[in-house]
Design a protein around this ligand. Sequence first.
Ligand code: GCB
Length: 768
Amino acid sequence: MRRSIEMNEAWRFIRQDEEQAKSELYNDDHWSVVTIPHTWNAIDGANGYEYYQGACWYRKAFVVEPSYEGSKLFIEFNGSNSVTDVYMNGQHMGQHKGGYSIFRLDITEVVKYGANNVIAVKVDNTVVDDVYPQKADFTFYGGIYRDVNIVVTNPVHFDLMDYGSSGVYVVQEEVTKEKAQLIVRSRLVNDSNEEKRIRLWADILDADHHIVTYAAKEVILAAGEIKTEELPCVIDNPTLWHGRKNPYMYKVNISMSSFNDTIDECSIPFGVRYFHVDPEKGFFLNGEHLPLHGVSRHQDRKDMGWAITEQEQVEDMAYIKEIGASSIRLAHYQHSQYFYELCDKEGMVVWAEIPFISIMSQNELEGINAKQQMLELIKQNYNHPSIIFWGLQNEIQIGGERAEVRKLVKELNELTKNEDPTRLTTMANVLFVSEEDEYNRITDVVGYNKYYGWYHGKTDDFAPWLDKFHRINPDVPLCISEYGAEGIVQYHSTDPKVKDYTEEYHALFHEKTWKTFEQRPFLWATYVWNMFDFGANIRDEGGVKGRNNKGLISYDRNIKKDAFYMYKAHWSEDKFVHITSKRFVDRIENSIQVKVYSNCREVTLYVNGEEFDSVTSEEKIFVFENVALTDGMNEIRAVATEYNIRYVDMAKFNKVEEPNPSYETPVEDQGEEVTNWFQMPDLDEPMEDLQITDDVYSTRCTFKELFENEEAGAVLHKYLGEDFRNRPTYSMTQGFKIDTLAEMAPEHFTDKLLYALNKELTKIKKYK
Ligand code: GCB
């Protein structure tokens, strides 16, 4: 019978490359002792540009029980970032490329039974050209950051080496309200040297552990054979997995037995459901319209990086439930099995994706690693009912227009549809992909990451763009796969503006944007970027180094920003009232506006114990104007009563003489990170009309195209600075046309600068 032995305790670790450590005889006494989950970037991963990237080593001595001799033994890594080499008793067992998926290695022949064994693991988080991600707006925390186990099985077992999966796939052939027609597909392995006759048996159990149906068959496995077997099963009148309303789970207990012995056994939870996306009406689950109110999640946490435990995952899920979300985009890579299980249990509709993000490899053009990670994602997560969408890429167009990128995206789509025809493929296009671009028609449904109201334009630009896209592509199901703004709760303003980083702008941005989305039922989903602040070493903005502050909740999960409550008011049925700007305590005005988010119908405000006013709102936003403050502390209470239950929130505002300077965003931090990128030349020439044609360079070209030409590159250096290309953020903008970036940062790319660039660039002929 199968056994899984946890291997997380008492590892030795050294934060440097130490090749000799692979030897069994190496003495690691001077190394530190660590417990897995572990990362060496828990602190430096989110406080600035530099963080340790390189090879590090882990070692552990362990004894294998003598009774396991004759069994199969596998070492299982649930997540180790990003290239991992495993040595057992000095022998190289294998290498795994990719930091997010499960992988196993067969160690049966190498371990010593009843004696001491040494496992040495080299983990390297250096970016290499043939492993994804190459470049992205998040820190690549290094380490063995998810559990390690040894799995012991009989030589005859369900395949553990099929891309790290369980070897058992519950295929939902057809699901209706009347019946769920399933195939339990399993890969059986006979690693013994004789033929085996086994009975394969699958019991399907309902949530009360009652067997609802079963299927069985006799199978003969030749010595050394790997065989795929299918057991068809039908559940009549199934209870459907119905999102948050009823995330009903079945379970298949599948076993192989011989005479009276169970040889191997797996228990796989699953849920049955059907769904479709209508380009006009959005997402439907089991025939019912389900608005996908989505948030995105990264897996890191302050001072822990990716080395989190189940407790942090449960907490993350609790916040996502509290806000009332119905869907999660698990960005930008495979998350832990435990989190997908939570999504199953809680009824979250999931978009799962691989880290094929920002930039495709320059040299490995077949996409071997992207395809491997896609197959791992699908096979390892095949049985999670929560996963409905497979995401193929995120903003991969950033690396510039390349035929091989288009080809690989298409191939990934084919691979995914082939591997799993039961789900929908999707992807997240970067904002500059044109509405007409064929990228919008490769996958079943599509998403755009759009940042109107932050990186460029204003929140009001969302509506015309959405309507335009929908007009041009009425048959393409569209979602907003990302939208957001930075919110740093240190900063406050009574006149919030784009790029001021204040908590007030962050909330206002979401108020306005959500209203636009709500009015467009054709959107199949929208995903707030992001549910939580996260580590992003390439960033230094808003006075915070190494962070992306677009979360609705802070990186340490201690602070729910006001915008959190804005969504909660719209999405959750749990009643509450929330006074906004509570952290904006010191006020200089004699009277202020008090804004309350609530999902109650009517809110009454009390100021220093006196009833001030009552406001009703269908929009969940209750605004009280001209609330007079007396000198010193003022106590404001917001009260709503529904069905005889009182909901109360309290805030204290301090009337002061002078503004509190700590609320003000430092001037150098206003405006996003491009601020310091450019050496703005003093341009005083009169601007004349310029002829820009396709055969010459201009600001219509991407940075990448321009730098590929020596002369054009020199022009960019002249105006944008010599070290332009060394800036951490440069590679994230390669695929941008200068004009696109200029639209996003008009304050830096003035008309005069664009004119000066074009005047020189248009003198350089292309293709000469
Ligand atoms: C994006 C990326 C995401 C970034 C986000 C941002 O479009 O997909 O990884 O973190 O923008 O905040 O800029």
